[in-house]
Ligand binder design. Structure first.
Ligand code: NAD
Length: 496
């Protein structure tokens, strides 16, 4: 019997009002049913927002250090259940168990980091221009936070949003991705057990077209925090922007790794294999472009093709597997259609470019690690986010051209440069148009206590992670206290 999951609304686990549900299957083996989930609609979302609004009035009065203790407890419970959650996550979306453990760990790290923020949430005091007067500004919650998350980091991304939102005093309604609701339901169970009061945290499972749209329009939702594709992000910004909601968008990427001729090539090779084929290329920070200085191009490509061809594909629960399946049949079709586009555009398909259906893998959505050579910046495979195990390789003359090619993108999330030349490394740090730059590391590997996000079409200027996430989930309140006992007029009564 498959496990039946419910929505979590006002502290109760309830089915969709319509009674409808959908089944989710393991992308590594479609015989394996991961669970049955509510196919919710606007009615369910409305219930959850009403519960959140009511709970918010009590939650915002709970002192931040006490709110943070609930998040700390959630972190402890996540740590206790790390293995079972990670195994279910591998069944849910396919990435290998070492990576789903990392995904859960990111949730644990965020919990403990945010628990500390409950005793910081620093504000500002500053001198004022009049005597016997005091000025300060501090952070207050926004209200009800509507969170919409993607499937590729089923625990990390929801917790990046949920924990700071709660510590800051907001109530939350989350709509998880339709491929990965099980992990967010586990998070709901954990928050319930951690003692987060009913209504403060709510989960509504269902499609973006119903639950998501209803959230964007709902007058009871004050801030929308979205992670997903740039296409959907644009739409969200339009709809929620019209209602003057605050909107935080973390969107797509077309990240590149540069390898200069003086680099440690073995290290750069390890980096690109992890960056391009880890999570089967389905990371917003995945390395989808590799920019090689011409002097080492041929030598590097040979090693790359040999190593990529040797990667082991299979069910991610097998510890020896390095590359899991794509998340769905549709995603595999999309990836394959980009491979066809790349061939038509004249890039050289040097590896992969086809479904992988050996043995048990025929029951899942596997795709061979794929490498295109001779890619030009104008090609679609160089410009559009493919979100699969497809790497486009560019040959450039020198560091200047490498930086130019990397920057020739509408996205600006992550970037990487391998070089031993400290001058070139610092120039790249300054000149690369990306929210994140790694020197001698791959394009992936963010830590929770540093700002995360990108420039250009990757977002709208917000940063998750670290204390910067509170710019999404708090409002500033400025306070002047005049203890002079008389009217003092700013700008007018100032004695010089
Ligand atoms: P997606 O945009 O298709 O969906 C993301 C979420 O939005 C899902 O929960 C979906 O149900 C919901 N949604 C879809 N249509 C909606 C609508 N009309 N209204 C409201 N909600 C709607 O993205 P995905 O396929 O789940 O994830 C992959 C994308 O996410 C990639 O583009 C990837 O780069 C991006 N991503 C970005 C980051 C980042 O931090 N920058 C992190 C991870 C993933």
């Amino acid at each position: 019997m498959p496990h039946h999951f419910n929505n979590y609304v006002a502290g109760r686990w309830v089915p969709a009002a319509s009674g409808r549900s959908v089944e989710n299957r393991n992308p590594a083996n479609t015989d394996d049913v991961v669970g049955v989930f509510p196919a919710s609609g606007a009615e369910d979302l409305n219930e959850a927002v009403a519960a959140a609004r009511a709970a918010y009035e009590r939650w915002r009065k709970v002192p931040a250090p006490v709110r943070a203790l609930k998040v700390q407890r959630a972190g402890e419970l996540l740590r206790e259940r790390k293995e079972e959650i990670s195994r279910q996550m591998t069944r849910e979306m396919g990435k290998v168990i070492a990576e789903t453990r990392g995904d859960t760990q990111e949730g644990i790290d965020t919990a403990f980091y945010m628990a500390g923020e409950g005793r910081r949430l620093f504000g500002v005091t500053t001198p004022v221009e009049l005597p016997d007067k005091f000025g300060m500004a501090f952070r207050r919650p926004v209200g009800v936070a509507g969170l919409i998350t993607p499937w590729n980091f089923p625990m990390a991304i929801p917790t990046w949003k949920v924990f700071p939102a709660l510590v800051a005093g907001n109530a939350v309604v989350i709509k998880p991705a339709t491929y990965t609701p099980a992990t967010v339901c586990e998070l709901g169970l954990i928050l319930e057990e951690a003692g987060v009061p009913p209504g403060v945290f709510n989960v509504v499972c269902g499609p973006g077209s119903t639950v998501g749209e209803a959230m964007l329009e709902h007058p009871g939702v004050d801030v929308i925090s979205f992670t997903g594709s740039s296409e959907v992000g644009r739409h969200i910004n339009e709809v929620a922007g019209k209602k003057l909601k605050r909107v935080s968008l973390e969107l797509g990427g077309k990240n590149a790794q540069i390898v200069l001729a003086d680099a440690d090539l073995e290290l750069a090779l390890e980096g690109v294999l992890w960056g391009a084929f880890g999570t089967t290329g389905q990371r917003c920070t995945a390395t989808s472009r590799l920019i090689l200085e011409e002097k080492i191009h041929d030598k590097f490509v040979k090693k790359l093709l040999d190593s990529a061809a040797a990667l082991k594909l299979g069910d991610g629960l097998d510890e020896s597997v390095q590359v899991g399946p794509l998340v769905s049949a549709t995603q595999r079709e999309t990836v394959h259609s980009y491979v066809e586009v790349g061939k038509e555009e004249g890039a050289e398909l040097a590896l992969g470019g086809e479904f992988y259906e050996e043995g048990e893998c025929k029951k899942g959505y596997f795709y061979r690690p794929t490498v295109f050579l001779g890619v030009k910046p104008t090609m679609r495979i160089a410009r559009e986010e493919i979100f699969g195990p497809v790497l486009s390789v560019f040959k450039v003359r020198d560091a200047d051209e490498a930086i130019e090619v990397l920057n020739d993108s509408s996205y600006g999330l992550s970037s990487s440069i391998y070089t031993r030349d400290v001058n070139l490394a610092f120039r790249a740090v300054e000149d690369l148009e990306a929210g994140i730059t790694y020197v001698n590391g791959p394009t992936i590997g963010a830590e929770v206590h540093l700002p995360f996000g990108g420039v250009k079409d990757t977002g709208n200027g917000h940063r998750e992670g670290s204390f910067t996430v509170f710019d999404v989930f708090t409002e500033w309140k400025t306070v002047y206290v005049d203890y002079s006992g008389k009217l003092q007029r700013a700008q007018l009564d100032v004695e010089e």
